[in-house]
Design a protein around this ligand. Structure first.
Ligand code: SF4
Length: 423
């Protein structure tokens, strides 16, 4: 039995695909290219309309070609009606049940169609870390505690379900024993981890610090809403050199009115406070954020407030998204801006962000940095510094092994990466 897994979306989705992959290999299946596969697994994402369209087009192509397909991921929970419209022959297995896919694959290949849409609480990072490359993605929870007005993922993943600390620690230890050098803790909202279990992400970080070995840990995106509960312990836990000095706090808007409309449950001054503390207390930290422009009703002066936040907080990385209504999200019922207006706001925001990022990165020219090599391509070896800054090494890349630390001198930069030569 040969399967092919196609993954869209976030780190959590990639972590879930790793789980399916591990279970398939354990069941004696082979992973293969799309054209040779008996069964194609499509792990889907609902965050952006443009991605959703691409997925549906792909499913329709598979359907027309008579391919045997299993759809999982957020669309399987949130938009199964669309899947049934575009690919009526595809099986649909919701994410918490995705580990069952290999067990159903023979039936799917033989023409069967399965729909498992019940919501099951996964109680562990099932199989995570059993098969790792240099990077192991470990899911730590499903769902979140928020109800952001623009978000459809909540509908797909449900309420917060944090996995037990013990199962996560076992998954991390397994991954490290199997050769992983970078551990990505994956979740919809890492900041909410444990709040349904009387614990939190800072406590999990303290426990991970107790695991022996040489590895780096990347903490996933944290909704700023919960950070105030544990920021002191979070900053202390970051002192372990094996945590990347990197925090991703998606602010979404610089306007308190828009944040309220988005139901984000924090103010811009509280986020400024977090940025300030993290910068002051975690040496060399890289701060990433996300911003949505063109939210329904966003005025010019509210957009300016977002720009003012960016100019003053100067995040090292900012991901700009154009607001796009998602079918089941409350904000989709509000009057929308024309596409051109949203596009022009996004272009303006992107121009400003590129300028900020480029000027921050210029400060690295001539500096010597340690880089953990996590990816090798035909023309370069790519890796991350201890502050999770992306470094590309071209000259001499052939001699550089995956999973090793290399010292590099930064020669040039772009808005998104540093380019170095081996020291
Ligand atoms: S925190 Fe908000 S944006 Fe993130 S998954 Fe939950 S509802 Fe969606």
């Amino acid at each position: 039995m040969q399967i092919h897994i196609k993954t869209y979306g976030c780190t959590l989705n990639r972590a879930d695909s790793d789980i399916v992959e591990s279970a398939a290999l354990a069941a004696g299946m082979r992973l293969t290219d799309e054209q040779d596969a008996d069964v194609i697994v499509v792990n889907t994402c609902t965050v952006k309309a443009v991605t959703e369209r691409k997925i549906l087009e792909r499913l329709a192509r598979y359907e027309a070609a008579g391919r045997r397909v299993v759809v999982t991921g957020c669309m399987a929970s949130a938009n199964s009606d669309l899947i049934e419209r575009y690919a009526p022959g595809a099986s649909i297995i919701t994410t918490p049940n995705a580990h069952m896919i290999p067990g159903l694959a023979a039936g799917v290949a033989g023409g069967g169609r399965f729909v498992i849409d019940r919501y099951s609480r996964r109680d562990a990072a099932l199989g995570a870390g059993m098969r790792s490359g240099v990077i192991a993605r470990i899911p730590i929870s499903d769902g979140c505690l928020s109800a952001c007005s623009f978000c459809e993922t909540k509908r797909a993943r449900g309420p917060l379900n944090s996995f037990p600390e013990g199962s996560i620690l076992r998954a991390v230890s397994n991954a490290v024993a199997n050769g992983a050098r970078e551990i990505e803790l994956a979740s919809q909202d890492t900041g909410a981890y444990g709040l349904d279990r009387g614990t939190d992400i800072a406590r999990l970080m303290e426990r991970i610090s107790g695991i022996d070995g040489e590895f780096m840990v990347r903490i996933g995106m944290l909704n700023p809403e919960h950070m105030h509960r544990y920021i002191d312990r979070f900053i202390s836990a970051m002192a372990d050199r094996r945590f990347y000095k990197f925090v991703h706090l998606p602010v979404q808007s610089g306007s308190d009115r828009v944040l309220g409309a988005m139901r984000r449950n924090y103010t811009i001054s509280s986020v400024m406070g977090m940025f300030g503390r993290l910068r002051a207390e975690v040496e060399g930290i890289t701060l990433e954020t996300d911003v949505i422009v063109g939210y329904p009703g966003e005025t010019r002066s509210e957009l300016e407030e977002t720009f003012a936040f960016l100019e003053s907080a100067r995040p090292d990385i900012t991901n700009i998204s154009k607001f796009a209504p998602r079918p089941h999200a409350p904000a989709s019922a509000l009057p929308q801006f024309p596409n051109d207006e949203v596009k022009s706001r996004s272009s303006e925001a992107s121009r400003r962000v590129r300028a900020i990022q480029h000027s921050i990165n210029e400060g690295f020219i001539g500096k010597s940095v340690d880089v953990l090599i996590t990816e090798k391509g035909a023309h370069s070896a790519n890796g991350k510094t201890r502050s999770y800054r992306q470094v590309v090494i071209s000259e001499g890349h052939e001699s550089v092994a995956l999973g090793t630390w290399q010292r590099a001198i930064i020669e040039k930069v772009s808005a998104n990466a540093l380019y170095g030569v081996l020291a």
